[in-house]
Design a protein around this ligand. Structure first.
Ligand SMILES: Cc1cc2nc3c(=O)[nH]c(=O)nc-3n(C[C@H](O)[C@H](O)[C@H](O)COP(=O)(O)O)c2cc1C
Length: 226
């Protein structure tokens, strides 16, 4: 067995400023806000969470509620890193949130980047072709024609600007986010299943070399019709 040592993160004495990626985007799809409450008690949600592997369609209200609760930016703070720090439901090393959520809805070949401040999806230009192989692989891992496929896409330089040897922080952020999303889906009565594939080598091809890295996928669907 080989354990790959990712090193021990240490804050850099002087952070390296980083200009976040500028995406080539197409259509914009605003999502409905979720202003109500989920009635299921949290203790029940914790006891109920399991991975479900059958998926019906989720509509934009259900997807919007999941992203609103689990992923949206609730507050921002200034920093000297080249971008703002953020508060979201999931904890993140340094409040940096280096992981983007990219979704592919059933019946739509396009992949959409979630913008957590504006609570909207933006179409990622050229992603259909670049992620075609990943879509195919994810179908081999877990079928589900009606599933919404979620790619966890890291922009590691955000975290590595503040921490040397910070790669493990990005992976731990991915796990934290996965758990928050799985519990949120359970609270909504939706089906959710993580996938072990990372999204590589396709995910990183969405930008210049080294800027992006796939750190996992998940499938989301409704229980009804599954
Ligand atoms: C990082 C990670 C990767 C996983 N990869 C897969 C996968 O590729 N396919 C799958 O069917 N389930 C996958 N799962 C789900 C696990 O199999 C599941 O969590 C485990 O069997 C425990 O079941 P439970 O989630 O219902 O408690 C993954 C879970 C995690 C956390």
């Amino acid at each position: 067995m080989t354990w790959i040592d990712l090193g021990d993160p240490l804050p850099r004495p002087i952070p390296e400023r980083y200009d976040p990626l500028e995406w080539e985007v197409g259509e914009i799809c605003p999502l409905p806000s979720f202003l109500g409450t989920l009635d299921r008690p949290f203790s029940e949600v914790l006891d109920a969470r399991v991975s479900h592997r059958e998926f019906g369609f989720v509509d934009d209200h259900q997807l919007g509620a999941l992203l609103w609760l689990a992923c949206r930016t609730r507050g921002v703070g200034a920093s000297d890193l080249g971008f703002d720090l953020e508060h979201r439901a999931s904890p993140s090393a340094g409040a940096i949130h280096p992981i983007h959520i990219v979704v592919k809805r059933p019946g739509d070949d396009r992949w959409w980047l979630y913008e957590p401040r504006a609570h909207q999806l933006v179409e990622l230009r050229q992603a259909t072709g670049k992620l075609a192989g990943l879509h195919e692989l994810s179908l081999q891992v877990l079928k589900g024609d009606e599933a919404t496929r979620i790619l966890f896409l890291a922009e590691p330089a955000k975290t590595l600007g503040k921490y040397q040897d910070g790669c493990s922080l990005v992976w731990r952020d991915a796990g934290a986010l996965l758990a928050v999303m799985a519990l949120t889906a359970t609270a909504q009565g939706l089906n959710f299943c993580p996938l072990g594939i990372t999204g590589e080598p396709w995910a990183s091809a969405l930008a210049d070399q080294g800027k992006l890295a796939g750190v996992g996928l998940a499938l989301l669907g409704s229980a009804a019709g599954a």
